[in-house]
Design a protein around this ligand. Structure first.
Ligand code: 3H9
Length: 700
């Protein structure tokens, strides 16, 4: 075969089956057909004794073509292609470089032998797309690793490095390439050696499944279900693997297929596909088209607090030369300790070797001399959230930072336009709003001020991508995308408390919805004082008809600022969040003062109000041009605020439920919340036109 994405090259007795389907060799229909035809061609060629799958480009097959999902099955089915490979009288091997994921790993499991580049990884990440492996992965993997490991692998979707794969019996050989060596040559040599040995391994599907107690399997399934917080795929994946204990291979495969088909068209899978492609759309912006980012190799971070230290570590790990500016020697020492602490944590979690901690921490330069920032290509400010402090800092930075360098503020709530105006070069300023801990959280809001130059914006995106972050474009408003939505919905949660729900009921409703933590637990964790000072600044002279709940102010006045003070909405004296009679009494007192008769609030009411308020605020953010597309809002809420990815984010979910229904809920929220909670004009118009947000985004 000389054309198409699958091409055969015969070398001696081995047919190399080259797969070449950029960018990630996904198993499109043409690739499946090509592999199927290759089996026939290899069988027909008398000179050939074995076949070896190798992939062009950066990776082995990264899975089924996700874009084909939802279009109905196209022949040949992957399961059948793999069955042909496995049943062939001539042994097939897979040579894995990059990542063999999902269907790609399943193809490899259908081969007799697997040889891996020592840097390669394998994995079954299907659960992250709301599905389960659908081409034998749940039945072949436990035959190699045992059921318990296979359940762990399919339910986490994690990747397995070559070393571990060899220990687990997944990889038959691992090759460490010497400089100048070709992986193809080494893999070919491995196949020739196996052929020479003359023993053909038993196909994986014909191997016995190592026994596991049924009760033990049930426990593992229950654990997967619990961890998934409402997402169906991990539980289904665990059940599919456990089927291997009771069903023979053919029946197990049929059961896997049935589970796969049930999930692939499920709304959760659609939402997770939206999340997958949404992440990859974030930096594809018309205003960045053809704009060249400025070169950045040195990054200065001003402030070595929790945020600054996290940013510095993220930047250093991405290969930048990093300097942190602190105010004095004592603060510099604390910053150094914080950075050391982050790397220490990495070592404890085995992300880096213990002896690398000191070297990595020492690579980040800490200075108290602002003049040392003169050579930086990008300066990120992460100091105390106070407008005057920041303006003063930028005035001083303006004098030392070299012309052409980009300057960014990491403010969460302040106006970057005002901060930029303190410099003589507002065009070179933007906002880079990281989320704490900045070395872990992937979300970064990239803020375009009124003056940000296009190539400054492009530089901010390029750097954020190099840091492995998910940069989301936003324009200036109070709280940008995420904090603005969070602040709005938080107010609504407070209304619900005043109306009759307890903080614990609201937290339970929202964790049942799929959030990792309830809003009041989050509130306590981040500290009640942040929103207290915001309210003092922004809500002190509110109109009399604006609904205002005094409970959080009263809590702050009592010194209950959240976890850091041992008490907030909850009491933490025991180390765990406990409902506190003091708070219950305060809530009762406030209800009485306002003449509110507490009424029970059902969990569904809390959940639909939360969705309605978030989607409504998101729509306003869109109509004001603060965010460009609904997917930007969704990605912020998923990656910064724990919105369950399997719901797709508030904008996607509003579309999925139906905008007319959601508008009805928004009107309910408006009736309860009053001014400030009016339905967004954009949503009202879309409902009148019978359109969706996705449709609106497409037509712009
Ligand atoms: C499966 O296999 C089901 C089977 O069990 C059963 C079937 C019956 N399909 O991420 P990147 C695109 S489910 C289509 O930026 P990286 C991606 O959208 C699948 N397109 O690169 C992007 O497009 P664009 C299980 C795909 O180097 C471009 O490729 N497999 C697919 O940072 C580059 O992607 C997975 O879940 C795909 N499968 O990371 C693996 N994958 O340039 C999903 C990628 O237009 N993929 N694209 O924006 C990944 O995890 C990463 O892409 C990978 C490379 C690690 C491979």
């Amino acid at each position: 075969m000389a054309s198409g994405p699958v091409v055969i090259e015969v070398r001696g007795k081995v047919a190399i089956v080259w797969v070449d389907n950029p960018p990630v060799n996904a198993l499109s229909q043409a690739v499946r057909q090509g592999l199927s035809d290759a089996v026939a061609a290899v069988e027909a060629d008398a000179k050939v004794a074995a076949a070896l799958i190798l992939c062009r480009g950066r990776t082995f097959i990264a899975g089924a073509d996700i874009r084909e999902f939802g279009k109905g099955p196209l022949e040949p089915l992957l399961t059948d292609v793999i069955a042909r490979i496995e049943a062939s009288p001539k042994p097939w091997a897979a040579a894995i470089h990059g990542t063999a994921l999902g269907g790609g790993f399943e193809v490899a499991l259908g081969c007799c032998w697997r040889v891996m580049d020592s840097r390669a990884e394998v994995g079954l990440p299907e659960v992250k797309l709301g599905i389960i492996p659908g081409a034998g992965g749940t039945q072949r993997l436990p035959r190699l690793t045992g059921v318990a490991t296979a359940i762990e692998v399919v339910t986490s979707g994690r990747r397995i490095g070559a070393g571990e794969a060899q220990k687990l019996g997944i990889a038959d050989a691992v090759v460490d390439l010497e400089p100048g060596e070709e992986f193809a040559d080494r893999a070919l040599a491995a196949v020739e050696a196996w052929l020479a040995a003359g023993t053909m391994p038993v196909p994986v599907s014909a191997r016995p499944v190592p026994p596991l107690d049924a009760a033990e399997a049930e426990k593992l399934i229950a654990k997967a279900v619990e961890r998934a917080r409402g997402q169906l795929s991990p539980g289904e994946a665990a059940r599919a693997v456990a089927d291997a204990l009771t069903l023979d291979f053919a029946a197990g495969l049929a059961a896997e297929r049935a589970r796969f088909l049930k999930l692939v068209g499920h709304p959760q899978a659609k939402a997770l596909r939206h999340a997958f492609f949404g992440e990859r759309e974030l930096s594809k912006l018309p205003m960045l088209d053809g704009v060249k980012p400025r070169a950045v190799s040195t990054i200065a971070v001003v402030g070595g607090g929790t945020m600054g230290a996290g940013i510095a570590v993220a930047a250093a790990d991405a290969g930048y030369t990093v300097t942190v500016l602190e105010t004095d020697a004592a603060a510099a020492k604390r910053a150094a300790e914080r950075i050391h602490g982050i790397y220490q944590g990495y070592a404890e979690r085995k992300r880096i070797p213990a002896d690398a901690v000191g070297v990595k921490a020492a690579a980040i330069d800490i200075t108290t001399e602002i003049g040392d920032l003169g050579t930086a290509d990008l300066v990120v400010e992460a100091v105390f959230e106070d407008a005057e402090v920041k303006r003063d800092l930028f005035r001083r930075l303006d004098k030392v930072v070299r012309p052409g360098a980009v300057m960014a503020t990491n403010t969460s709530y302040l106006d970057p336009n005002r901060i930029a105006a303190a410099t003589g070069r507002p065009a070179e300023m933007c906002g880079l709003h990281f989320f704490a801990p900045a070395n872990v959280m992937r979300l970064v809001e990239v803020i375009e001020t009124a003056d940000t130059a296009p190539d400054v914006l492009a530089t901010a995106f390029a750097v954020a991508l190099k840091l492995g972050k998910l940069p989301v474009f936003a324009r200036v408003c109070d709280g940008f995308i995420g904090n603005r939505i969070w602040a709005t919905v938080r107010r609504h949660y407070e209304f619900l408390v005043e109306d009759g729900a307890s903080p614990a009921e609201i937290d339970a409703a929202m964790t049942a919805y799929g959030f990792p933590m309830g809003p009041f637990a989050v509130y306590d964790l981040s500290g009640l004082d942040i929103s207290w000072s915001w309210r003092k600044r922004n809500m002190a002279d509110r109109a009399p008809d604006v609904r205002y709940v005094d409970i959080p102010d009263r809590l702050c006045e009592m010194g209950r600022l959240g976890r850091k003070t041992g008490a907030g909405w909850y009491d933490y004296a025991s180390g765990k969040a406990k409902t506190d009679p003091v708070v219950e009494a305060l809530i009762a007192e406030e209800r009485a003062r306002k003449g509110v008769t507490a009424r029970p609030v059902a969990a569904e009411t809390i959940q639909r109000r939360a969705l309605a308020v978030m989607a409504n605020e998101g729509a306003r953010i869109l109509e004001e041009g603060i965010a460009l597309r609904p997917l930007d809002v969704d990605m912020v809420m998923i990656h910064g605020y724990g919105y369950p990815a399997w719901r797709g984010g508030p904008m996607f979910e509003a579309d999925a439920i139906g905008l007319p229904t959601v508008l009805g809920w928004i009107e309910e929220a408006h009736a309860a919340g009053g001014p400030g909670f009016e339905p967004a004009r954009l949503l009202v118009e879309l409902v009148q036109q019978g359109r969706t947000l996705a449709d609106w985004a497409q037509s712009r």
